[in-house]
Design a protein around this ligand. Structure first.
Ligand code: GL2
Length: 789
């Protein structure tokens, strides 16, 4: 029934999709291309039906056949071709681009396996990883386009200024329709699959039974698109990752230029008037040198002409300021894999350094500055082996460089890329992230949506989220409050049933649902959350039954994947699970505290958890989370946030007001001094922190978690000595949690805050973000597909 429903929906989409291709072709507008190594599309069925405005019709039709839409849609596999927020952001952006009728496509890679499926070992609490074979039963949404295919070259050498490649595969297009909401526009997500190039197949070797030689190109092709983020600990791993990135860039740029020509364009100096290429983080950086290579080596442009147009065509979004996450590749590896590109990159570098030196000389830099710069130069020259720094290449090549939340964009300018900022301040922008209100409120939470539509007076809020403000006028109205609470309760019930099904844990529905879901990472500080829970548990154990009965009952829910080689993150998962096993089975505690780790966090699970949430945790060390986007989804669904002044939290708090946000922790400028204080041995932890660590060490949770706790203390051999300042923020976190408990006990006050949260979430609509990209970076305008006559 799922296959049949999907086919029927697809049929309805194909007409819109074809009309969109044809209309864009006819109008020949400037078009944007979003290049991303990750997309977290989630399920397509409900979204497509919802965007087409046919939810009622399909529900009815399925009911008459003895099915429910919920059951049918729940068998769809999640397209999990991403890691976290960055990939989901790309998917939200496509939804908004289509909804706003903008002429733009998405480009990505069609990995055979998604990130991985996560399980939990019942006995040890450890994370388990399984291949995510998402295409196992087919994908009714994609259309293979074998006629759209490009050669992708690797290795070899440069002969007379041109590349004579050593290996080749073919990139073949698979397109998925991305329907806009309440519009005929339906754009494409084009994902490239790697296939062996027939010319490389060595038939003679095969017939001589030398299968290894003959199948070499086939194996290379199947490796290229096997998995997202293959381990890059070895040189082979690095080569594979870089090859993937190059394949995305090369295939996409070839396709973009082919389309440009097909539409009758021919003046290369005006390419940027028709094409904008957005590089989603540094993974697609090679788009710039690839465009240069094609313009010069295939199209015959001079260096200057090619560079002039490239600089106006590509743009870069930075998504992280964590130094270790800023990609760099060994220069000799890039040279071996892509010799012609390395030449181009070297020349870009040389010319940039020369022009920067000129600019500096012209400015007659102050003595101090000069000293600092000389020091920096020395450091970079001394780096061995020499590296190609992708973000630097992006900053130099890009027409625009943007951060993803106001505070992040400031950090990018003031620290991460300060040298570049000083040279070309006009390139730097902020584009605060957003999420699609269709998937993340209207479709995933029909219960709350119905209440919203009733009280706002119409459903215009599904696109115009400023309409949600109207809810604020009624925030204390008992009738709205009752309906609001009933909707939340209905979602908590669904969530409770899901938790029971997958973990066998019974959670009480009248407890506060407190959720932290995101990639497991030290900077995101799931560790702080679980230590806070441990402290709470310890306190409760010391109470008399009467005292205990006064506690605000909580269900603490975690979800998220730890990257396969990230040992410390995996230990955090194990600690959470072990704490859960003890707390959940403690008869003294009963229903007052439950700790649940829901395995295999993905888009669908988020759609179950977020509507049920009452409190959510966004508690990264200040200055580390570029934006965060789940915070926006939680806010839209009437969830209150406990959080630090980091990423988009800052702007969320501005919108909801400080009364409706549980703030704690040190601020970004206080972080370095706090680290210095630690390093100098001057930090004195709060007694409650020390007590909590001792409690874990006493073995209450089985293992003593020495490596994990050691990382907080900077013991020798254990990491970097609480680099993310869990100890520093612990007291302030506990105090904020006390304020949460007090607030939750006042049910009317809490519901009012919940309504206010949703009411002022309008800013975080990805339609707003995309409108800004379209106007301020891409220079594209809506191109609305007309109704069929
Ligand atoms: C991230 C950031 O960590 C996150 O804060 C941000 O919201 C998203 C989207 O801009 O990008 N960067 C990154 O590499 N991943 C992210 O989620 N994976």
């Amino acid at each position: 029934m799922y296959q049949a429903t999907a086919q029927s929906v697809r049929e309805g989409l194909v007409e819109r999709w074809n009309d969109t291709y044809a209309h864009f072709h006819k109008e020949n507008p400037k078009q944007a291309y979003y290049l991303s190594m990750e997309y977290l599309q989630g399920r397509a069925l409900t979204n497509a039906i919802g965007n087409m405005g046919l939810t009622g019709e399909y529900s009815e039709a399925l009911r008459s056949l003895g099915y429910t839409l919920e059951d049918v849609m729940s068998v769809e596999r999640n397209a999990g071709l991403g890691n976290g927020g960055l990939g989901r952001l790309a998917s939200c952006f496509l939804d908004s681009i289509a909804t706003l009728d903008l002429p733009a496509w998405g480009y990505g890679l069609r990995y055979k396996y998604g990130l991985f499926k996560q399980g939990v070992d019942k006995a040890t609490g450890e994370q388990l990883e399984y291949a995510d074979d998402w295409l196992e039963v087919g994908n009714p949404w994609e259309v293979a386009r074998p006629q759209v295919s490009y050669p992708i070259s690797f290795y070899g050498k440069v002969v007379n200024g041109k590349w004579a490649p050593g290996k080749q595969v073919r990139a073949v297009a698979y397109d998925s329709p991305i329907p806009g909401y309440k519009t005929r526009n339906c754009i494409s997500l084009r994902m490239w699959d790697a296939q062996p190039s027939a010319v490389e197949f060595d038939l003679a070797a095969f017939n001589a039974s030398d299968y290894e030689t003959s199948m070499g190109p086939t194996n290379l092709a199947s490796m290229l698109c096997a998995v997202l983020y293959p381990g890059d600990g070895t040189r082979e791993g690095k080569a594979l990752r870089l090859s993937q990135q190059y394949m995305l860039c090369s295939a996409s740029v070839q396709d973009i230029l082919a389309r440009w020509k097909e539409r009758g364009n021919s003046d290369w100096s005006k390419l940027h008037e028709k094409v904008a290429i957005q590089m989603n983080d540094t993974h697609p950086t090679l788009a710039a040198p690839e465009l240069m290579r094609i313009l010069m080596d295939d199209e015959g442009l001079s260096w200057d002409d090619a560079w002039a147009v490239t600089k106006k065509t590509v743009a870069y979004t930075n998504h992280t300021v964590m130094p270790e996450a800023l990609e760099k590749w060994p220069l000799d590896l890039v040279e071996e894999l892509l010799p012609r590109h390395m030449e181009i990159i070297k020349r870009i570098d040389e010319e940039f350094i020369a022009s920067a030196a000129k600019a500096k000389a012209a400015k007659a830099a102050k003595k101090d500055d000069k000293k600092k710069d000389d020091k920096k130069k020395k450091e970079s020259e001394e780096e061995k082996p020499a590296m190609v720094r992708m973000a630097n290449l992006c900053c130099i090549s890009g027409m625009a460089i943007n951060g993803v939340a106001a505070i992040h964009s400031e950090i990018v300018k003031d620290f991460t890329f300060n040298d570049f900022y000083k040279l070309f301040p006009e390139k730097f922008q902020n584009k605060t992230n957003g999420v699609t209100p269709r998937r993340w409120l209207a479709f995933c939470n029909p219960q709350l949506s119905a209440v919203i539509t009733k009280w706002v007076g119409n459903d215009k809020w599904v696109t115009d989220t400023d309409e949600l403000r109207k809810l604020a006028e009624h925030a204390t109205n008992p009738e709205l409050q009752a309906e609001w609470k009933a909707a939340k309760l209905a979602r908590k019930k669904i969530c409770k049933d899901y938790i029971k099904k997958v973990t066998d844990i019974d959670v009480p529905i009248d407890s506060m649902f407190d959720i932290q879901v995101k990639r497991i990472h030290e900077y995101k500080r799931q560790f702080l959350n679980i230590l806070g829970i441990i402290y709470r548990y310890k306190q409760m154990k010391a109470m008399t039954p009467e005292e205990r009965a006064k506690c605000v009952p909580r269900v603490c829910i975690f979800g998220g994947k730890a990257y396969a080689t990230y040992t410390q993150a995996k230990r955090i998962v194990r600690l959470i699970n072990n704490v859960g096993s003890v707390v959940n089975n403690d008869p003294e505690i009963g229903d007052l505290l439950k700790v649940v780790f829901v395995p295999d966090y993905n888009v669908s699970l988020a759609e179950t958890l977020i509507p049920a949430s009452e409190l959510s945790q966004h508690i990264s060390t200040a200055g580390t989370e570029a934006s965060g986007t789940s915070n926006m989804k939680f806010q839209m669904n009437g969830c209150l946030i406990i959080g630090t002044l980091d990423g988009a939290n800052v702007e969320i708090r501005e919108c909801v007001g400080d009364d409706n946000f549980f703030l704690f922790g040190i601020t970004d400028p206080e972080v370095e001094p706090a680290r210095a204080e630690r390093a100098a041995g001057k930090f004195v932890p709060d007694a409650r922190f020390t007590e909590t660590l001792e409690y874990v060490r006493s073995g209450v949770f089985g293992d003593k978690f020495e490596e994990l706790l050691g990382s907080l203390e900077g013991n020798e051999g254990f990491g970097r000595g609480d680099y993310f300042l869990v100890g520093k923020d612990f007291a302030s976190y506990l105090e904020a949690q006390e304020r949460v408990d007090v607030a939750y006990a006042d049910s009317m006050g809490w519901t009012e805050s919940s309504i206010i949260s949703t009411a002022f979430s309008g800013k975080f609509n990805s339609d707003r973000t995309i409108d800004q990209y379209a106007k301020e970076i891409w220079g594209i305008k809506p191109c609305t597909v007309p109704e069929r006559k």
